[in-house]
Design a protein around this ligand. Structure first.
Ligand code: AMP
Ligand code: SF4
Length: 466
């Protein structure tokens, strides 16, 4: 292992301020953010005096029920869904985290990854802090409470945020306020909406629709939006502001019905499919997409090429989570449990297969094999993103350098490994065109990271590979 995978978490946050049944609303919000993390979830609510907490390992529907949500009293609440890779999955790391302090208790939920967490932790431990978890949220909590001179809480939060390097969307709930913060690079999304005279904050706008909230705006990079009884207040903790939104949010991670910084995710993907065809036109019988994240790009490709879009692969929606750990052989079969190739559609056809990305290459390899076994004559794989050649340090689980197939192999070699008749990746500059924007984080494609990388970089560089 090249670097600490425990630090890499994909998450979603959702908050409600000044609404009856706040914790019910957070429950529904987290349910629509479930794709951002299936391993653990939690809700912390506040009634102006006390905090109420319910957290656990599992899906939102597994952790919460009518009885335990009813105990989460108050008009304000925040929630979190988490997916963490090997090791970081203990109960002590489940968010939101709750902190007691004589100057005021508070709860914290975080999406993203702090790249200087090792350095900050050492600094804090050297000056007496004791950590209970390996979560970045605890680091922020210690930093906020460390600076005793800042009696003004927003200044204490601003100073603490300025010490963090990396990607974050933080929600901080106190007895009377909700603070919503976004990193100065704008790597992770966070939007705000209004509901019944109160407010709702979410990692993705798809969750607003579910609770009936009306979108107001995105929280800006480097901004803290403070919500209190008087409404919304804005405070910028950094003058340095970029809009380096994670390109993978658009490509794979976010839900197609979410809008991120003014661009709908489905529209982005559809556009990337069109651009993929224009970049490398082909004649074929049918276009198919890998469900679900590649369907929008496949629709765009079909529209631009005039090649009919077909349902050559069908996903079993009810597969859920498997509780029996599968052996390698069963895992191979597991893919077939999730996806079926439709023989009557594929037989004798020259097929364009669209997928959103190739990470390790295992998915594409299995799907190409499956399509050929179903009788496809040729399978041309078109990927709606560039080759992933560098790991992500900002909270998206994109493997280690060693595991990334495109970090070691040429496009031609990858084509051979996955068994495709041809393989095309979208050019990096087309991502900006698809999103109609001039800035994005594309570090996993080009290796140019928008932030300093501190220990993560040093660890990765130790082997001289990266
Ligand atoms: P792989 O088999 O490792 O090449 O994975 C590629 C597939 O994983 C693609 O079909 C993507 O939809 C999906 N994918 C891309 N990024 C991620 C991620 N960060 N976590 C989980 N799956 C991903
Ligand atoms: Fe997103 Fe890739 Fe940047 Fe990570 S490195 S934030 S996955 S674009």
């Amino acid at each position: 292992m090249i670097f600490d995978k425990n630090l890499h978490e994909e998450c979603g946050v959702f908050g409600v301020y000044a609404n009856h049944n706040a914790s019910d609303l957070v429950y529904y919000g987290l349910h629509s953010l479930q794709h951002r993390g299936q391993e653990a979830c939690g809700i912390v609510s506040n009634d102006g005096e006390n905090f109420y907490i319910q957290k656990g390992l599992g899906l939102v529907t597994e952790v919460f029920n009518e009885q335990n949500v009813a105990k989460l009293k108050g008009l304000n609440a925040i929630g979190h869904v988490r997916y963490s890779t090997a090791g970081g999955g203990g109960l002590e790391n489940v968010q939101p985290m709750y902190f007691r302090h004589h100057t005021g208790n508070f709860a914290l939920a975080h999406n993203g990854n702090i790249v200087n967490s090792n350095e900050l932790k050492k600094y804090l431990e050297d000056s007496g802090s004791i950590f209970q978890s390996t979560s970045d949220s605890e680091i922020l909590a210690h930093l906020i409470k460390k600076e005793k001179r800042d009696s003004n809480r927003v200044l204490a939060i601003a100073n603490a945020l300025n010490m963090l390097e990396g990607a974050f969307a933080f929600l901080i709930l106190t007895n009377d306020k909700l603070y919503c913060c976004r990193d100065k690079y704008g790597l992770r999304p966070l939007s705000i909406a209004k509901l019944n005279g109160g407010y709702v904050v979410s990692s993705e706008t798809c969750a607003f629709e579910v609770v009936g909230a009306t979108y107001i705006r995105d929280i800006e990079p480097g901004e803290i939006v403070i919500i209190d009884k008087d409404g919304l207040h804005s405070y910028f903790f950094s003058q340095y502001q970029r809009h380096k939104m994670c390109a993978m949010e658009y490509i794979y991670f976010a839900r197609p019905d979410s809008d991120i910084e003014g661009c709908n995710v489905h529209t982005f993907r559809k556009e990337s499919g069109k651009l993929l065809y224009k970049q490398h036109p082909i004649k074929a019988d049918i276009v198919i997409g890998v469900p679900d994240s590649s369907l929008s790009a496949a629709i765009g490709f079909a529209e631009a090429s005039g090649i009919p879009y077909e349902m050559g692969l069908v996903k079993n929606k009810y597969i859920g989570r498997t509780f029996i750990q599968p052996s390698q052989e069963l895992r191979e079969r597991g893919v077939k449990m999730k996806l079926s190739a439709v023989t009557s559609i594929l037989k004798g056809k020259k097929v364009v297969l669209i997928d959103d990305s190739i990470v390790r290459g295992t998915t594409s390899k299995r799907i190409v094999k499956m399509l050929k076994e179903a009788g496809a004559l040729e399978v041309h794989v078109y990927i709606a993103s560039p080759p992933i050649t560098s790991p992500c340090f900002y909270g998206v689980d994109i493997s280690t350098y060693d595991e990334l197939i495109s970090a070691h192999k040429t496009i031609d070699e990858v084509k051979e490994i996955i068994g495709a008749d041809s393989l095309v990746f979208l050019d990096e500059n087309k991502l900006y065109e698809a999103g109609k924007r001039s800035e994005l984080c594309t570090a996993c494609f080009c290796g140019k990271y928008p932030t300093a990388l501190y220990q993560s970089y040093k660890d990765a560089n130790k082997d001289g590979k990266f």
